[in-house]
Design a protein around this ligand. Sequence first.
Ligand code: GRE
Ligand code: ZN
Length: 324
Amino acid sequence: MNNANGHRKIAIEEHFMAPDFVDYWSKTAINISPAMFGKARDALQDFGEARLANMDRNNIEKAVLSLAGPGVQAEPQTVTAVRMARRCNEFLAEQISKRPERYAGFAHLAMQDPAEAASELERCVTELGFCGAMINGQTNGAYLDDDRFSVFWERASDLQVPVYIHPNNPPDVPYMYHNHPELFGPVWSWTVETGNHALRLLFSGVFDRYPDARLVLGHMGETLPYQLWRFDSRWEISNRGDMTLEMKPSDYFRRNIYATTAGVCSDQPLRCAIDAMGADRVMFSVDYPFEKADDAGSWIENAPLSDEERDLVCYRNAKTLLRL
Ligand code: GRE
Ligand code: ZN
C-alpha cells in the first residue's frame, strides 16, 4: 500500500528506555534472545530518526510512549523506586516536549508505595500532560486488586485516565513451566499472568467500586475476549463464596476494559476482540520495538474491518480515551 494514503493512526504500547533504567530492563533478558536484547535496547533509546521513520512510513501520527518494563517495579528499595520513577517521568516529559505533536506518555510508577504512586500519577497527568499509567504487572507479589491500591484506583478514576497493565513475569516460576523456558515470557506466561491480573480486578469488584476506572490490556486483550461467554456461564456455577458482582463478567469488558493490538498482527483475534467487546474498545498499537511497525501498519490497513471500524481502531478510540 501507499503509505501516504495509509490510515491515520495513534499507537499506544510503544516503548522507550531511559539511560539509567537499562539495569532494571535487563531483568527481562531471560525472556528474549540475546540477539533481540541488544537490538531492542538501542531502538528503545532512540526518540529521533529511526522511531519517527517507522511512524511516518505507517502514518502513525502519535505514539504514546511507555518505559520498557519492569522498571522500578523491580527495585527492592521503595525510596529508590519512588525517586527513580519520578526521574523516568521527567526524562519522558523532556523527550515529549521536543516533539509534542508526535509523542505522548504514560506515567511510570513505584507501586511499592500506592499513595505515592497515586500522587505521582496526578502530577504526571496535571503537570506533565501524560495520558495515564502503564503498570508492569505485579509488584513484589501484589496485584492491583489488593486493598492497598484503592487509593490508586480512586485517583486514576478521578483523573479519568486509563491504567494499562503491561505483562511482566509472575513473582515465582510456576511448576507448569518446568523444563520449558520458552513458555516463560512473551510466548505464553505473560498472557496467562496478565489475563489473570485483569480477571482478579474484575472479579474482586474493582469496577463496581470504581465504575469510571478504565483498564487497557495489550496483545489483543491477552486472549480474554475469546472467553467472555464462558466467564459468564461459569461464574454462575463457581464456588465463589459471598463474592458478588453488579453486572455479568462480560459486561465489564464493554464498560471498563479496552484491548490493543500491540504485538498481535492477526485478523482472527482482532475480529474476536471487536465482536466480543465492541468496535469502541479496541485500539491499534505496535509494541515497538518488539514488534515491527511495518508489519503492524500494513496488517491493520488490510484487516477485515469496515471503514468505520478501521478509523475507530486506528485513531478515534485512542483519541477519545486518552483525550489526545
Ligand atoms: C514487550 O513489551 O512486549 C516486550 C518486552 C520485552 C521483551 C519482549 C517483549 O518489554 O515482547
Ligand atoms: Zn510491550
